[in-house]
Design a protein around this ligand. Structure first.
Ligand SMILES: NC(=O)c1ccc[n+]([C@@H]2O[C@H](COP(=O)([O-])OP(=O)(O)OC[C@H]3O[C@@H](n4cnc5c(N)ncnc54)[C@H](O)[C@@H]3O)[C@@H](O)[C@H]2O)c1
Length: 339
């Protein structure tokens, strides 16, 4: 792609949005970052991320995607032609008790953004979906064509709905869309509602941690830098047709969509207990563990087949979980001034 690209990153004050903007700005791209700065977690963290990004010349717009007329104006005025849509109500557990947050920020907000694109030529629209869409299927090494028809929490249901919505808009507008299914992204400056952050915080505070499913969960933990590098590489290769590996092309005979689904993950599964051991090693503290049964909405094992990702962007060396957790703990100590 040529250099005339203007990027809109929604959810730029969020964990992944922040690192994506940093990388794009470092490459001297023109980036507009939008975020409502909601208070789902410590707003101070979001404000700090934004203040760093502004110093690197991010054009930051504090707004809500639900303000459709404003969003249209932003796209028009800035001649935005690449959209990386990361803004969402994230979090699996929160969706068990607050489903309406997901209707508003995932279903409605994404619809507003898509409607705002209608009159403009968007060269590539990339969307952050989630491994949780594989749901109750409990596949080992989930592949992009595996069933996603049985989500077990509302968060996953809204992400799956977003994927379907995006297909319909891609078909109508002939807009190239990449659905990126992220698998547990972690790293410095990460989300306080996620396991690594909560475990580390409680370990330093000598408080116990809830270990669901007695620690027998496993996850395909993806270090933030690896996640960002994958996104950056994917931006430059919009799909030209339907690209879902392993799926039968006959099923899409009547679709004009330029629509791809790709897992973004490390490709290795790690047990939760190993993750906790690493936290203990790097904090030098023993964690008090409160072992609990499997919770409603929890998926026991999540791991990814990343052959398609590798085919698209080439195999990239990944940060292993030992280094990743160490970097997180080092950041945490510095951020919270722990001796
Ligand atoms: N972090 C992960 O492990 C992970 C895994 C799978 C999928 N995802 C998805 O990736 C995306 C980014 O995740 P994250 O970890 O950076 O989350 P995050 O919560 O840190 O960032 C999301 C940002 O979106 C903003 N936002 C929410 N609703 C908005 C709205 N209506 N208008 C404007 N801004 C709004 C929030 O203020 C927040 O800053 C999300 O869509 C999430 O569901 C993340």
């Amino acid at each position: 792609m040529k250099n005339k690209e203007v990027y809109l990153v929604t959810g730029c004050a969020g964990f992944i949005g922040y690192f994506l903007c940093l990388k794009l700005l470092k490459q001297n791209k023109k980036v507009i970052g939008l975020d409502s700065l909601n208070n789902y977690y410590d707003i101070k963290i979001k404000k700090q991320r934004v203040s760093i990004l502004k110093k690197k010349k991010l054009l930051f717009i504090k707004n809500n995607l639900l303000n459709i007329n404003t969003i249209k104006k932003i796209i028009k005025k800035n001649k935005i032609n690449i959209i990386i849509h990361l803004a969402a109500q994230a979090g699996v557990r929160h969706s068990l008790t607050n489903p309406l947050d997901y209707v508003k920020n995932n279903i409605e907000a994404t619809t507003c953004l898509l409607e705002s694109c209608k009159d403009f030529k968007i060269k590539h629209f990339l969307f952050s979906s989630s491994s949780s869409v594989y749901g109750a299927s409990q596949f080992k090494k989930s592949k992009e064509n595996y069933s996603t028809d049985f989500p077990i929490q509302f968060y996953a249901a809204t992400k799956k709905s977003n994927e379907l919505m995006l297909h319909s808009y891609s078909h109508q507008l002939k807009m190239p869309v990449t659905i990126m299914r992220f698998f547990t992204v972690y790293g410095p400056f990460g989300r306080p509602d996620m396991a690594l952050f909560k475990f580390t915080k409680n370990t330093y505070a000598n408080k116990s941690i809830d270990v669901f499913n007695n620690g027998n969960h496993s996850r395909d933990f993806t270090y933030i830098d690896d996640n960002i590098l994958s996104i950056i590489k994917l931006i430059n290769i919009p799909p030209k047709k339907i690209e879902i590996p392993g799926s039968n092309i006959k099923n899409y005979k009547y679709s004009n969509a330029k629509f791809r689904i790709v897992n973004i993950a490390c490709g290795k599964k790690i047990k939760l207990t190993k993750y906790i051991n690493l936290i203990e090693n790097f904090t030098g503290k023993k964690t008090k563990k409160n072992f609990l049964d499997l919770q409603v909405g929890d998926v026991q094992e999540i791991s990814a087949n990343i052959n398609f990702l590798n085919r698209l962007i080439g195999k990239i060396p990944k940060i292993n979980v030992e280094i990743g957790v160490m970097r997180f703990i080092n950041w945490f100590k510095k951020y919270y001034r722990i001796e």
